[in-house]
Design a protein around this ligand. Structure first.
Ligand SMILES: Nc1ncnc2c1ncn2[C@@H]1O[C@H](COP(=O)(O)OP(=O)(O)OP(=O)(O)O)[C@@H](O)[C@H]1O
Ligand SMILES: [Mg+2]
Length: 274
């Protein structure tokens, strides 16, 4: 099997970590109605890591991503990027949401140029930057269209282009391909893998799909539901493989089964708690 357990909270020092999560928890609301979305967790992500977070619905994946994006604050602990505590969104973190999240009243080009405009680039420079990333995701010819004139897969590419345009060091992706058909997904997954290999960006990728995580990741964190916590963490060799048929190898299938069984047993735990 090409996956090995690792101590995700201590595998590198804070100085070496691109992202460091220390004792991070999140409780929504207060009193009897409060929901513990995340119990205190530690996690270190090195520069260039492709970290996939896998877990069932409601285990706190989006919560973790929103905290990392700076859209919300943890209840305890802190999240650091390059040793600096995150307190708000920043241009060094690009976010791709599960569903489009595009501005429907803007053209594709305007959507993608929005980020560089917001970070102070002139309109012409922002347009140039946007055209470059649109070319990268194969949508240069659709720059003047509106989101509703594109397919779901193309809209997701625009979302990715938008996140890439400011050339962020870290990409935060919340199940970006969950709504896509299998073929489009496979094509885009391969593109993301190539992009990651070419740019060496640090990626935090959330997914329900064990197969997707194994295909992409250098590190996989498996979460358990209610209250959300890290159940297991693995280093994985599949993400760096160049074999296009890696997902049908016996090692890959064995790793998939191993994580599947982990997830299944944590669902049983949840049923017993209730
Ligand atoms: N703004 C909020 N206010 C109150 N509770 C919330 C809020 N956001 C999330 N929660 C709760 O926190 C828990 C974790 O939610 P979260 O959206 O992080 O899960 P998830 O793992 O992303 O699930 P899914 O796979 O379905 O997207 C859930 O129980 C949810 O009800
Ligand atoms: Mg979610």
């Amino acid at each position: 099997m090409l996956i090995e357990p690792y101590a995700c909270g201590t595998h590198c020092s804070i100085e070496e970590a691109k992202l460091a999560f220390q004792n991070v928890s999140k409780i929504y609301g207060a009193g009897a109605d409060s929901v513990t979305a995340l119990t205190p967790m530690d996690l270190m992500v090195r520069k260039g890591d492709f970290l996939c977070i896998v877990g069932p619905s409601g285990c706190g994946k989006t919560t973790l991503l929103n905290l990392t994006a700076g859209f919300d604050q943890p209840t305890s602990g802190k999240i650091m990027i390059d040793g600096v505590e995150i307190s708000k969104p920043g241009a060094e973190r690009g976010v791709v949401f599960q569903q489009g999240a595009l501005f429907n009243w803007m053209t594709v080009l305007e959507n993608v140029a929005f980020g560089p405009r917001a970070t102070g680039h002139s309109a012409s420079v922002a347009r140039e930057m946007a055209m470059e990333t649109l070319q990268m995701v194969g949508l240069k010819d659709f720059a003047k269209k509106y989101p509703y004139q594109l397919s779901g897969g193309m809209q997701q590419r625009v979302g990715i282009a938008r996140a890439l345009t400011n050339d962020p060091e870290v990409l935060l992706m919340d199940e970006p391909f969950a709504a896509l058909d299998q073929q489009t997904r496979e094509v885009l997954l391969e593109e993301i893998r190539l992009l990651w290999k070419r740019t060496g960006k640090t990626i935090l990728w959330i997914t329900h799909s064990i197969e997707e995580a194994l295909f992409l990741a250098t590190h996989i964190v498996v979460m358990s539901p209610r209250p959300g916590r890290i159940r297991a963490a693995f280093q994985s060799g599949f993400g760096r493989s160049d074999d296009p048929l890696i997902s049908v190898t016996p090692e890959f299938v064995a790793a998939k089964r191993h994580i599947f069984e982990l997830l299944k047993s944590s669902q049983k735990d949840e049923v017993q708690i209730q």
